[in-house]
Write a protein that binds this ligand. Sequence first.
Ligand code: C5P
Length: 233
Amino acid sequence: MSGPVGVLVPAAGAGVRLGPGAPKALRLLAGEPLLVHAVRGLRACAEVGPVVVAAPAPDVDAVAALLAPHDVVVVAGGAERHDSVAAALAALPAQVGLVLVHDAARCLTPSAVVTAVVEALRAGAGAVVPVLPVADTVKRVDGDRVVATVPRADLRAVQTPQGFRRDLLAAAHAAGGQQHTDDAGMVEALGHEVVVVPGSEEAFKVTRPLDLLLAEALLAARRGADPVPGTRA
Ligand code: C5P
């Protein structure tokens, strides 16, 4: 499918797991809010057209001012992530047929991941997710007892941006499926195929305080200062 690719950026989470402070998207990374890094990264991708950010409702005006140089629309997010995605989708121009949903918290995602997702959509996939192999052994537990070890070879950790034909994403949100933790899960629940493309370790989600340190180090390495051993040629 040709035509513009829109991006929805859910950025309305409180960031409770980061500890007390501003909403997660407004926490500073190298002196700038995470959300600014995320939007700048998206704007560096030639494939990206209209961008809609879902911000915490009390911060909509402040976020709109912050992102004024980046040509985005800012709407109020909702109580849950899927509410924020739905609010952003409603604000996307009608002519946009392909949609990416990208967590603001994955603020240093390399453009190659965005490109891989868009290429899979353009090649005809209805839903696309970037994935990584799972490094840890994964076990199912019941209370303080292990009940099973899940074979790891077929497991993948799923990142964003996730890409969709707009009609599929809209149908998935209309159908509900609030228990799903990502948009692709909602599309799967409707019985549609979801295709995988390679993700990137650099597309990690800033969730806990340690992730902020990692993000600071990665940014410094990219900027050529204090390289992290093993991250540069
Ligand atoms: O909660 P989690 O870290 O998994 O959130 C992933 C993304 O969803 C974050 O970018 C967060 O800001 C966003 N989110 C949102 N609205 C909510 C909850 C989370 O936009 N109500």
